[in-house]
Design a protein around this ligand. Structure first.
Ligand SMILES: Nc1ncnc2c1ncn2[C@@H]1O[C@H](COP(=O)(O)OP(=O)(O)O)[C@@H](O)[C@H]1O
Ligand SMILES: O=P(O)(O)OC[C@H]1O[C@](O)(COP(=O)(O)O)[C@@H](O)[C@@H]1O
Length: 314
């Protein structure tokens, strides 16, 4: 069982336009809504691929109600902690070549009692689980040490925890030593405090974090695939997508695929390959739609233990 925690979930509205012009009236060609937020996307992808999962989230207001309705329609098991503030709605504006502009709201103000109820709900739900996966931004009122405290509590409970976040909560969580982190290229550069233009720079940064006691570092590199590093070595994997439709949630699908393979006993190489398969399948789908087994099976992945270290990341 993989339990996810999304402190700042969203109703994701994806709107397609022929072209975005700042400051002008835009007429959309289509739109869709999906339940969103990084942990929720991980759970949606796992559920679509028959891996047991449970999504823990705060939910309040009419948007929170819509969010839980959308989770029910997608048959995603969830545990919602009632809060007073309304869940956010995030907008992704997508152009025909796949260019995606994301407009993310800050999320509802949470009280100290609501934060503590959410923390406890996640720990209780994850009792006996294979992984607790905590992802995304933190809404106002949640202390930036939230993920770090969660990692420490999981260590005390002998529970494996994966963290995928950005900004100030990320370095705090990383020094608490989660078993896994999944930054993208930009988030990793911010975490280590230097630009990482080449694959070799990413490898060095990830190795440094593994040496600092994070068991596994998985770095998603967009069209350049993904890199996994642990004490056993390193794996790079990639897949070509000629017709990307939407990259929203691709990193979440990559993480879901990686953990799915790990729970089934796969080694680092099998897990990175599976993650890339799920991530690449996701970018072929509209909005933050998650790939089904047939979408994933259609992706061809290449991988190596000795990637070209001088290759510049696009
Ligand atoms: N244009 C693309 N072509 C092929 N694969 C892609 C593309 N964009 C994303 N992916 C796949 O999805 C994964 C996650 O994408 P990425 O954009 O790096 O994550 P995030 O959403 O966290 O920023 C990548 O590691 C890769 O496997
Ligand atoms: O919590 P954050 O960082 O604001 O991100 C939330 C957004 O990220 C998503 O999980 C998608 O992930 P990406 O933006 O990494 O593609 C959306 O479902 C959601 O709207």
């Amino acid at each position: 069982m993989i339990v996810t925690l999304t402190p700042n979930p969203s109703v994701d509205r994806t709107i397609a336009f022929d072209r975005i012009r700042r400051g002008a009236v835009q007429r959309a060609t289509s739109s869709r809504i999906d339940p969103g937020g990084k942990g929720i996307n991980v759970s949606r992808a796992l559920q679509a691929n028959r891996t047991p999962t449970l999504a823990v989230l705060p939910a309040g207001g009419p948007e929170g109600h819509l969010l839980t309705e959308l989770l029910e329609s997608a048959h995603v098991p969830y545990r919602a902690v009632e809060i007073a503030g309304a869940a956010r709605m995030n907008i992704a504006a997508v152009e025909p070549d796949g260019t995606t502009t994301k407009l993310n709201e800050p999320g509802p103000q949470m009280s100290a009692a609501e934060v503590s109820a959410l923390f406890d709900a996640a720990i209780t739900a994850a009792d006996g689980a294979d992984w607790l996966v905590a992802c995304g931004s933190l809404p106002p009122g949640v202390p930036e040490s939230f993920y770090a405290e969660l990692v420490l509590r999981c260590a005390a409970a002998d529970l494996k925890v994966a963290i995928d976040t950005s900004g100030s909560p990320f370095p705090l969580a990383a020094v608490a030593h989660p078993q896994l982190i999944k930054p993208n290229h930009e988030e990793l550069a911010e975490l280590v405090g230097r630009p990482l233009p080449r694959i070799g720079d990413v490898v060095d940064a990830a190795r440094g974090l593994v040496a600092d006691s994070i068991e596994t570092v998985v770095v998603s590199l967009g069209a350049d695939g993904a890199l996994g590093v642990d004490a056993s070595g390193l794996v790079w994997a990639g897949a070509t997508v000629d017709d990307p439709l939407s990259t929203v949630g691709a990193g979440d699908c990559l993480l879901a695929g990686f953990l799915h393979a790990r729970v089934l006993g796969g080694d680092l190489e099998a897990a990175v390959r599976e993650g890339v398969r799920w991530g690449a399948a996701a970018v072929r789908l509209p909005g933050s739609q998650v790939p089904a087994p047939a979408d994933i099976a259609a992706v061809e992945v290449t991988s190596t233990n000795s990637p070209e270290l001088d290759r510049v990341i696009s």
